[in-house]
Design a protein around this ligand. Structure first.
Ligand code: ADP
Ligand code: MG
Length: 601
């Protein structure tokens, strides 16, 4: 028989070590908790220094409200907090901390020294504590605020110490955490030094500048402001242009009432706004603040408070998605196009006029085709820039065309005589207003793309083949085809995949020429191969893009006059006529007055 069990209460310092495991997993956790405390104390400047990636020393200095001697004497005890008093306060958390566990947990596994001077007090106090020993306080002369030194982390918990990774990795965790905190509070100066070397010195500023300081992003070129409000929820912040998307989620930051949160759903909401502006495996960059009445948020879910729950997640999802979509739309990086990086960041292109007497240039907005008047320096006057940035697409673009053709856009008819095929690449259309130069291949891609997307699965406009065409695809391609089979059917293919990897093509979309079935299918699959896994909603578009790219007339294809007239007509029926589905401009406009200016200069 075994001895009777002897239950005893663990000495407090041992119990604290166990709890500490949840709060303090690595040096980064200490940094995060202490910086959060400084933020809660209203600091406007916080300096963080570490030695040996925090193993030897973590040193945080802030200019916040400070603590009195009485505060210092209790702050290391578990559940000692100044931030909540009653349990109902738990439903209205406005600070980052509230559990009163961080300092106790840290003091259980390291030597801690806290120097603090409260506002309006003449002297500061220093508290020194070692695990298992009674802390002491002494007066000390110092500025208002708090300085905390955490030394010899985990020296009494070898198991923890053993699990730490290399200094490089541990420091990376620290700097990522500081990065996040810096993004959450642009108005606070934050510095980080590693073994005496300044790694980050972020001056107080606005969010946009903070993002460029911390993430090394060119804010002017690559960030789009996002905002939206709905039913008490406010979304603000910035999203990155498609060109700066990353192959990891390392550039994604959500803050809910100033607290960093991780949310797969909300990240999806933003990614979905980009549609296929992003290459497969790329993730958008964003820094998004969500403000909700704290009473509608439950942060008390996870000890490290990464996860929060908020009421009405769906509404927040839609709000975030809409805000991101609006931002992309108003920047002309319209969703439903494959983004062209240089195009996205530099819509204005300068073009040399061959026959201009002084060889002068003009600036063309490659999104809209609009031509901007240039000054002699080649820089457009301020007015036209500002006009440019406020233009809304695509509605106004279509309106512009309605005017150009002096007819409502849906009933545009193009006069045969006004259309001219130039070489085997361009079509020039003369109107009362001037001329439009259309690039035939991207224009045709746009037309085909919208046409197949408009097709519904029930009437796919397929042309049945009298005899099925049997082809064999490489195993990876036939797997891909299986995955996209529904989408292929939607746009007019009827395919049967045999067990042995053969494919019988029974019908193809009406645009496919006889004899071209295999090549069309194969080259579409080739395009899709790079797309990787896609959410269901994006697949049909991807297939449509691949189809349009494959089927369009090519640069060197000579098209007939009738085909050109048809193409021009079809193009201006499109909902987004100015860009191909792969992001190329489909046309530019040159107005009569522009021609006149150029010719009389
Ligand atoms: P919590 O932040 O959850 O309240 P902590 O253990 O992190 O718990 O801190 C305990 C208390 O110590 C805080 O509530 C706060 O009153 C005080 N405190 C900690 N750090 C600071 C600081 N940098 N400046 C002022 N007060 C602080
Ligand atoms: Mg805290």
């Amino acid at each position: 028989m075994s001895d009777l069990a002897q239950i005893h209460i663990l000495p407090e310092h041992i119990a604290n070590q166990i709890a500490a495991g949840e709060v303090v997993q690595r040096p980064e956790s200490v940094v995060k908790e202490l910086v959060e405390n400084a933020i809660d104390a209203g600091a406007t400047a916080i300096s963080i220094g570490v030695k040996d990636a925090g193993r030897q020393l973590i040193h945080i200095i802030d200019n916040g409200s400070g603590m009195s001697r009485a505060d210092l004497q209790v702050c290391l005890q578990r559940h000692s907090t100044s931030k909540i008093t009653t349990s109902s306060d738990l439903f209205d958390i406005r600070t980052l901390g509230f559990r009163g566990e961080a300092l106790a947990s840290i003091a259980a596994i390291a030597d801690v020294e806290i120097r603090s001077r409260r506002i309006n007090e003449d002297t500061g106090w220093v508290l020194t504590a070692r695990p298992g020993m009674a802390p002491e306080t002494k007066p000390i002369g110092m500025d208002t605020g708090t300085q905390i030194f955490v030394r010899n982390l985990f020296y009494n918990v070898p198991a923890r110490r053993k699990f730490l990774k290399s200094d490089l990795t541990e420091f990376r965790y620290i700097s990522e955490s500081v990065q996040k905190l810096a993004l959450s509070k642009p108005s606070v100066r934050i510095t980080l030094t590693n073994d005496g070397v300044v790694v980050l010195d972020a001056k107080p500023t606005d969010l946009q500048t903070r993002i460029s300081d911390v993430l090394a992003i060119n804010a002017q070129q690559h960030l789009l402001a996002v905002s939206g409000t709905e039913a008490g929820v406010t979304v603000s912040g910035f999203i990155g242009m498609p060109s700066i998307s990353r192959q990891s989620r390392s550039g994604q930051f959500f803050f809910l009432n100033g607290r960093s949160i991780v949310s797969r759903q909300l990240a999806h909401a933003i990614a979905s706004a980009y549609e296929h502006l992003l290459d497969a495996g790329h993730h958008p960059v964003f820094v998004i603040n969500i403000e909700v009445n704290p009473q509608h948020v439950d942060v008390n879910v996870h000890p490290q408070k990464h996860e929060v729950k908020f009421e009405n997640e769906r509404a927040v999802y839609l709000l975030v998605q809409k805000a991101a979509t609006d931002a992309l739309m108003s920047s002309s990086v319209v969703p439903a196009f494959v983004g062209n990086l240089s195009l996205a960041s530099q819509p204005l292109q300068s073009i040399h006029l061959q026959h201009s007497p002084d060889g002068s240039q003009m600036l063309v907005n490659r999104f809209t085709g609009e031509i901007l008047p240039t000054t002699s320096s080649g820089i457009p006057p301020v007015q036209s820039w500002s006009k440019q940035t406020t233009t809304q697409f695509p509605a106004s673009v279509r309106q512009g065309y309605a005017q150009l053709f002096a007819q409502p856009d849906t009933t545009t008819t193009v006069q045969n005589t006004n259309v001219m095929v130039v070489g085997s690449q361009f079509i020039v259309v003369a109107t009362h207003e001037g001329i439009s130069v259309i690039n035939q291949q991207p224009a045709h891609e746009r037309v085909l793309y919208e046409r197949v997307l408009a097709r519904s699965a029930s009437e796919p406009s397929a042309q049945s083949l009298l005899f099925a065409v049997r082809i064999t695809l490489a195993p990876s391609r036939s797997l891909l085809l299986k995955e996209f089979l529904d989408e292929f059917q939607d746009i007019g293919f009827r395919l049967e995949i045999g067990a042995d990897g053969t494919i019988d093509i029974h019908a193809v979309p009406s645009e496919v020429f006889a004899g071209n079935e295999e090549r069309t299918l194969d080259s579409m699959l080739q395009t899709l191969e790079v797309a990787g896994r896609l959410p269901k909603e994006q697949r049909k578009e991807r297939v449509a893009v691949a189809f349009a790219a494959q089927q369009s007339v090519k640069k060197s294809d000579k098209i007939s006059q009738e085909e050109a007239v048809q193409l021009v007509h079809d193009l201006f029926q499109c909902s987004v006529a100015h860009l191909s589905p792969r992001g190329q401009a489909t046309y530019i406009n040159i107005s009569n007055s522009e021609l006149l200016t150029r010719l009389t200069q």
